[in-house]
Design a protein around this ligand. Structure first.
Ligand code: 5AD
Ligand code: SF4
Length: 466
């Protein structure tokens, strides 16, 4: 009996169609690409239609409650697809991976019994093995009647990166992500990341450089470094030396073919003078920084455990601007944090006016399990909704003004993809603005000077120079 199970497992666990849906940040998007690479390497085939898939992977986000709710409504739809496939004798394996998988673990099976496998963000390397196990369970008569679920919420970023395939086969061109660091030790009182992604881990420098080299030889022109807190990067350089984030930027800039370098996210407390200077010294390092402030009120910043005051944050912005006057900033803000008064909220609005961000994201505070602030007195929903609308209007005003200030200027644009209309392409300025322009398709992947004709709320339009 065992040998029959073994043969069927080997035969049945390849050539399946898989579908991946990704929620959340760029790190999840990077992880989904790595998962796809593992599945392709195992002989499976990617599909963009969940109805066709034998393996459905949902890569989840736990930062706000809304993202978690979306997972369960998706699972409702996928359960129907699974039931329909079963009627036709086809079995579908459903995997929930990522931060909700880490946070809820086996509770997910109780809420959605269509799920077969739950893998935390540091257990992706085991994905094919888990699929093989489920297939062999389904094939073996002795276990067919009982449903065995697989949960892997091991927390070892080191193992994850060590065991992921060395070769990158799915490269988004011309801008390619590399995760350089994972997890966070900051423990902001609202944030679930330290509980789902674990403690800070920096990948060894040589591993990152080799991945960057590989991406460039596959056609990447922009390297986008990712991490929950990249500015705290301190990866092993050699057996005795540690590489700082700034040193890593210099190393990546020396790779032939890297025309642009970007990174996200940075914590204000880890910004060094060296990093500020690097923005002037490295011409390929883009003059755009995502530097989440979260609040403009000292009282709230303290309650959030952010580790800086409003004036310290402003000082960093001003120092950056002194070194590189054209540098642009984006930020994240949370409204309705427990205890936030009207005065605290006004301080946040005033900060946005003072910094005048090129763009910014803003969120209603969402109490997350395990976080200290989820146990404090909460602000009512109506106040959160109102404050969010007010803040977003101020953010939009600055973004529009910033985009309009580009009119008549010549900007360097990396052409990234085709547009919706014939002969239209879309690119990015150094300041992360999308630009629509007319150019042949073969310009994709190259940098061109573009004269900006109009600045809109979320994009620019322009014409190739010359
Ligand atoms: N509620 C609302 N927004 C949050 N963020 C993180 N945790 C929460 C929460 N509990 C926001 C922060 C962070 C961004 C990625 O998500 O602004 O910078
Ligand atoms: Fe979360 Fe704070 Fe760490 Fe950012 S710095 S990931 S908000 S704990």
């Amino acid at each position: 009996m065992l040998s029959i199970c073994f043969i069927s497992k080997a035969l049945m666990s390849r050539n399946k169609k898989f579908f991946i849906k990704t929620y959340g940040c760029q790190m999840n998007s990077y992880d989904s690409d790595r998962i796809a690479e593992i599945l392709l390497l195992a002989g499976h085939i990617k599909t963009s239609l969940p109805e066709d898939a034998d393996i459905v992977v949902i890569n989840t986000c736990n930062v706000r409650e809304k993202a978690q709710e979306k997972l369960f409504s998706d699972l409702g739809r996928i359960a129907l697809i699974k039931a329909k496939a079963a009627e036709k004798g086809r079995s579908v394996i459903i995997l929930v991976v990522g931060c909700v998988a880490q946070a809820l673990g086996k509770e997910i099976f109780a809420r959605a019994d269509c799920v077969d496998i739950v893998l935390g963000p540091q257990a992706y390397q085991n994905i094919q093995k888990s699929i093989e196990e489920v297939i062999s369970q389904k094939q073996c008569p002795e276990v067919k009647m009982q449903k065995n679920f697989i949960v892997d919420t091991t927390m070892s970023a080191e193992d994850k990166f060590k065991l992921l395939p060395r070769n990158r086969t799915l490269v988004k061109l011309p801008s390619a992500f590399i995760s350089i660091q994972e997890g966070c030790d900051k423990f902001c009182t609202y944030c679930s990341v330290p509980y789902t992604r674990g403690r800070e881990y920096s990948r060894p420098t040589s591993e990152i450089i080799s991945e960057a080299n590989q991406l460039v030889s596959s056609g990447a022109r922009e390297i986008f470094l990712l991490g929950q807190n990249v500015s705290a990067y301190n990866g092993k350089y050699s057996s005795s030396a540690v590489c700082s984030f700034t040193e890593l930027l210099f190393l990546i800039s020396s790779i032939k073919g890297v025309e642009r370098i970007r990174y996200t996210t940075s914590h204000p407390c880890d910004i060094t003078t060296e990093l500020m200077k690097a923005h002037k010294e490295i011409s390929s390092l883009m003059p755009f920084i995502h530097l989440p402030a979260q609040s403009g009120s000292d009282i709230i910043l303290k309650k959030m455990n952010r580790g800086y005051s409003r004036s310290q944050y402003i000082k960093i912005i001003n120092e950056f601007r002194k070194i590189l006057p054209n540098i642009a900033f984006s930020s994240d803000f949370i409204v309705g944090f427990p205890g936030e008064t009207e005065t605290d909220f006004e301080a946040t609005c005033a900060l946005v006016d003072e910094v005048s961000y090129a763009q910014a994201y803003s969120f209603k505070y969402s109490p997350r399990p395990q976080t200290p602030s989820s146990k404090w007195d909460q602000i009512d929903e109506q106040t959160k909704i109102r404050r969010l609308a007010v803040l977003q209007e101020i953010i939009n005003k600055h973004q529009l003004h910033y985009n309009q200030s580009m009119e008549g200027k010549e900007l360097l644009v990396l052409i990234e993809k085709e547009g919706r209309y014939e002969n239209q392409v879309i690119g990015k300025t150094e300041y992360m603005q999308s630009v629509h322009l007319s150019a042949p398709k073969n310009f994709i992947g190259k940098v061109f000077p573009v004269k900006i004709s109009r600045g809109f709320q979320n994009s620019l339009s322009g014409k190739l120079v010359g």
